[in-house]
Design a protein around this ligand. Structure first.
Ligand code: BTN
Length: 234
């Protein structure tokens, strides 16, 4: 394993992308701030001092439910350190509930041939957020300041354990954790600019989300759903 820690960088994700042939399996690139942090669908990932931003390079990893496994590892890390129970938003986010759901962590997975780049942003210790983003930090939520290194070490431990566990026992126990802490479970949701709407039921054994619409049960994978949110409330 190798760790490269920057004070400031454009994006840890892009650093790995542009050095991919020189980097080993299990290289972790971490930054205190990012100037071009990015999330899924080309969203900007707000990356000020206080948050934890990192990307991990994995070679030859082929796990269809990878983002869900990573989500569970983040979920467990938050639960262990802060003694709070966050919510898992299928397929790649972690939320807490503070009057309304607020995002505390996001996952971005990119594949380049046999290489997988796992990018994670965690809102750890930021003191404020712009009003237009539905996010908060774990510090604002719990009142606890946690050093980035402590969070990272605990996450690494959970992640490597979880990858090992998955390779032996498969997805089922992860699925149980996700379904027990699934954001919007049994709520009316909408996605894909209103083209999909129904009641969110559960994550199935393949990691697909199940949505009960008026006339059928839809099973969709992460690539088929964009901007899943609760219908009409927030
Ligand atoms: C999302 O919520 O859409 C995913 C956000 C992923 C952000 C992380 S921060 C570290 C890594 N570098 C980036 O530019 N993005 C990911």
């Amino acid at each position: 394993m190798k760790l490269i820690w920057f004070d400031k960088i454009d994006s840890t994700q892009d650093y790995i992308k542009s050095h991919i042939n020189e980097l080993w399996d299990d290289t972790w690139v971490i930054a205190n701030t990012q100037t071009k942090g990015r999330g899924r669908y080309s969203h900007v990932w707000y990356s000020t001092e206080g948050g934890l931003y990192f990307s991990l390079l994995k070679k030859n990893l082929n796990i269809p439910v990878l983002s869900l496994i990573i989500g569970v590892s983040i979920f467990k890390t938050i639960q262990d350190i802060y003694n709070i129970t966050p919510l898992i938003k299928w397929p790649n986010d972690i939320y807490v509930f503070l009057e309304k759901p607020k995002k505390v962590s996001g996952i971005l997975i990119e594949k380049i041939k046999e290489d997988t780049i796992i990018g994670v942003g965690v809102n750890l210790n930021q003191e404020d957020f712009p009003d237009d983003i539905q996010a908060t930090s774990l510090k604002l939520f719990s009142g606890k300041y946690i050093d980035k290194k402590i969070f990272l070490i605990n996450f690494m431990k959970n992640l490597y354990n979880d990858l090992e566990y998955y390779s032996v026992y498969g997805f089922e126990d992860f699925r149980k954790i996700i379904n027990n802490h699934l954001l919007y479970k049994d709520k009316n949701i909408t996605a894909n600019s209103g083209k999909i709407s129904g009641v969110l039921k559960e994550v199935d054994e393949n990691g697909y989300i199940t949505i009960k619409t008026q006339d059928k049960l839809l099973k969709l994978n992460a690539g088929e759903i964009e901007m899943l949110r609760e219908y009409n409330i927030w």
